[in-house]
Design a binder for this molecule. Structure first.
Ligand code: ADP
Ligand code: MG
Length: 349
């Protein structure tokens, strides 16, 4: 299988300040993995090292069991069987769609090349578009052609560097879904770089969160969101609520808080810390069901839901509560709160 294995990767642009600092990452063959991290954290650097445009200072890159870069080894980009979809401006403007896609298909017979182009146009759902010029396509169609061009030479691995960031919000969702489907059909292993949490969670099978040159956590989207490794990851991948908590040695499956006892997703080894909840695990509740009372101090309306800030007397930090439908309270209103589901327990930050 076309597994990607990155081990102990170190890369910097100036001595003594590594951008990637002994980074480890494993992506199983056929998997679409997102590399998620804030701007400037080294995502593009990682892709460029994997692609072979940059040489690592230490560590190794292996794809499908073949060492591409490592001690004494540095295969050139064209020898790596890696396809690349850059951020934008990906297509050659003076070549037709078909010639763009055929670009990497050297050494094949003309008929075989034509057949592969047709196959790729079908794969990205643009049949019959081969004679168009790039400027005759929408931004989303251009990105799908860029993907077709990357996939045409049957790469073991496809690298996509923030491929949707230039698209409008509405279009982005559909292009993401199309690209995901095309990648799945192709069976290629893919690494999608993004700084957009929603994009990573909604598009990828596996999300690797980058922090200070390393992978802070690599997990399936639901696992990452509901069982983050630490409070930083928790806050980075979504809105988070932290409540001080204690446990005792006999009942490690629940934590005691000012919001009552909260079930834990895994037995706690810690006796003291903070529990993490997501705002959708809190709801406004009548006094008979409420575990705490507070005052609404802010409302962020998003259309499909609203995020309420509620200040609870016994807690220093305000809580976030996600409410569906019409906004159920006004600023200044006293409300009761209830908790659903389980939490994870972390050391206090
Ligand atoms: P990201 O893609 O996550 O936004 P990059 O990999 O582009 O991050 O950059 C990581 C860090 O390395 C940044 O601090 C950036 O300024 C620096 N950097 C990137 N490319 C170069 C370069 N060619 N020369 C010097 N510094 C660079
Ligand atoms: Mg970048």
């Amino acid at each position: 299988m076309n597994d990607l294995q990155v081990t102990g990767l170190v890369k910097g642009y100036a001595p003594g300040t590594p951008v990637l600092d002994a980074l480890d990452l494993t992506v199983p063959g056929g998997c679409l993995a997102a590399v998620l991290g804030p701007s400037g954290c080294g995502k593009t650097t990682l892709l460029r090292v994997i692609a072979g445009f940059l040489e690592a200072d230490a560590g190794s890159v292996t794809v499908a069991g073949r060492l591409l870069g490592g001690p004494g080894v540095h295969l050139p980009p064209e020898g790596r069987r890696i396809g690349i979809v850059p951020q934008e401006g990906a297509l050659f403007p003076h070549l037709s769609v078909a010639r763009n896609i055929a670009f990497g298909l050297t050494g094949r017979e003309r008929a075989a090349r034509r057949a592969r182009v047709t196959e790729m146009l079908d794969l990205v759902n643009l049949p019959g578009h081969g004679d168009r010029m790039p400027h005759e396509l929408s931004g989303g169609q251009q990105q799908r052609v860029a993907l077709a061009r990357a996939l045409a030479p049957e790469p073991h691995l496809v690298l996509l560097d923030e491929p949707f960031s230039a698209l409008d919000t509405g279009l982005r969702e559909t292009v993401r879904a199309d690209v995901r489907a095309a990648l799945q059909d192709s069976g290629a292993t893919a690494l999608l770089v993004t700084h957009d949490q929603q994009e990573a969670l909604s598009t990828a099978d596996l999300v690797a969160v980058l922090r200070q040159g390393r992978v802070a956590q690599c997990a399936a989207p639901q696992e990452l969101y509901h069982r983050p490794a630490d409070p930083w990851v928790a806050s980075f991948v979504g809105d988070a609520v932290f409540i001080p908590a204690t446990t005792d040695a006999t009942t490690t499956s629940t934590a005691t808080t000012v919001m009552g006892r909260i079930p834990l997703a895994a037995p706690a080894a810690l006796r003291e810390g903070v529990v993490l909840l997501r705002p959708e695990q809190l709801r406004l509740a009548p006094a008979s069901e409420a575990v705490a009372e507070g005052t609404v101090t802010g409302i962020r309306f998003h259309g499909h839901d609203a995020l309420l800030t509620v200040t609870v007397d016994a807690l220093a930090a305000p809580l976030l509560v996600r409410a569906q439908g019409p906004v159920p309270a006004r600023p200044g209103e006293r409300v009761g709160l209830a908790v659903t589901g389980s939490a994870t327990l972390h050391p206090a930050p």
